[in-house]
Design a protein around this ligand. Structure first.
Ligand SMILES: Nc1ncnc2c1ncn2[C@@H]1O[C@H](COP(=O)(O)OP(=O)(O)OP(=O)(O)O)[C@@H](O)[C@H]1O
Ligand SMILES: [Mg+2]
Length: 275
């Protein structure tokens, strides 16, 4: 028997390691102030915090949609801040986004099928297999495949958000950042979409960085939680432990403000049919 390679025993590096991220906007707002977080392969990390706490800015820094003023971002062993051009485009196959508002994130002039396929053709897949894959993905996320030929305004918010998930998963990413991905949906549809994400994670091993101002939603999906307040991480750790015994005053206030919603979401999710 051959000896195991030396790397087999080395602890796996997290998929995403962001350290000491800083971002100040020209208006003087320090939106992100020394934020560090990690995401391991296959896990869901929640970022929670009130409006304006810097969640989306953190996401944009990780996605390289904005440039950080300082800090480091390693994704799948690569220094993201050092990437430019084709190398950055290539990484984006593995690092995808489900944005808050599907109504504005789909090009109104393209059909749903074209939009999903575009996320593959832009990375070099030919048009025909890209469209075939788009139809497969729609089926997987519980949207009738006939909707591939429709335009965004012809679909409901819940259907469109499923399409946005299909579009993000098209490239078989290892990390998907969901920025308020279910916030615009009503509670029962929200629960169905959260269940769908959990199923897709079990099937594909994708990791999620799941951003929400809604603690109930984060509680439902996250293995670990990062709590942000005024651009800083004030608390982080195992989700269940934080809910049980929040260490920071701000987390306690957040939890105290939403106890009934925690139960409501959990019950809705348990009752929701899986697609
Ligand atoms: N492009 C920008 N220019 C100037 N200030 C900005 C810009 N984008 C965000 N900000 C400010 O940075 C801070 C953090 O904003 P961010 O959008 O990251 O918060 P958030 O936690 O995502 O909030 P929400 O829950 O409302 O989405 C806020 O004070 C916001 O007004
Ligand atoms: Mg935001």
């Amino acid at each position: 028997m051959s000896a195991a390679p030396a790397t087999a025993t080395a602890p796996a590096e997290p998929l995403l390691v962001a350290e000491h991220l800083m971002k100040r906007f020209p208006n003087g707002v320090q939106a992100v102030d020394d934020v560090s977080l990690t995401v391991h392969a296959g896990e869901t990390v929640g970022i929670v915090g009130e409006s304006g706490s810097g969640k989306s800015t953190t996401a944009k820094l990780v996605l390289r949609l904005l440039d950080a003023d300082d800090g480091t971002i390693r994704f799948a062993g690569t220094d993201l801040r050092g990437l430019r051009g084709k190398a950055l485009r290539d990484v984006r196959r593995s690092l995808q986004l489900v944005p808050q508002n599907p109504q504005t994130s789909f090009n109104p002039k393209l059909t749903i099928g074209d939009s999903i396929a575009f996320n593959l053709t832009v990375h070099g897949t030919r048009s025909k297999p890209a469209h075939a894959r788009a139809v497969e993905l729609l089926e997987r996320v519980g949207v009738a495949t006939g909707h591939a030929a429709k335009h965004p305004h012809e679909l409901s918010g819940g259907q469109l958000q499923r399409c946005a998930i299909a579009r993000a998963l098209a490239t078989e990413p290892s990390l998907v950042i969901c920025d308020e991905a279910v916030s615009a949906l009503d509670k029962s549809v929200q629960a169905q979409v959260l269940n769908l994400l959990a199923e897709l994670q079990r099937e594909t091993g994708v990791a999620f960085l799941f951003i929400s101002h809604d603690l109930a939603v984060v509680e439902h999906v996250a293995d670990r939680v990062v709590v942000m307040y005024l651009g800083e991480v004030v608390e982080e750790g195992d989700a269940a432990a934080i809910w049980r015994a929040p260490a920071h005053e701000y987390t306690r206030a957040l939890l105290a403000a939403t106890p009934e919603r925690l139960l409501a979401t959990r019950d809705a999710a348990a009752a929701a049919p899986t697609p």
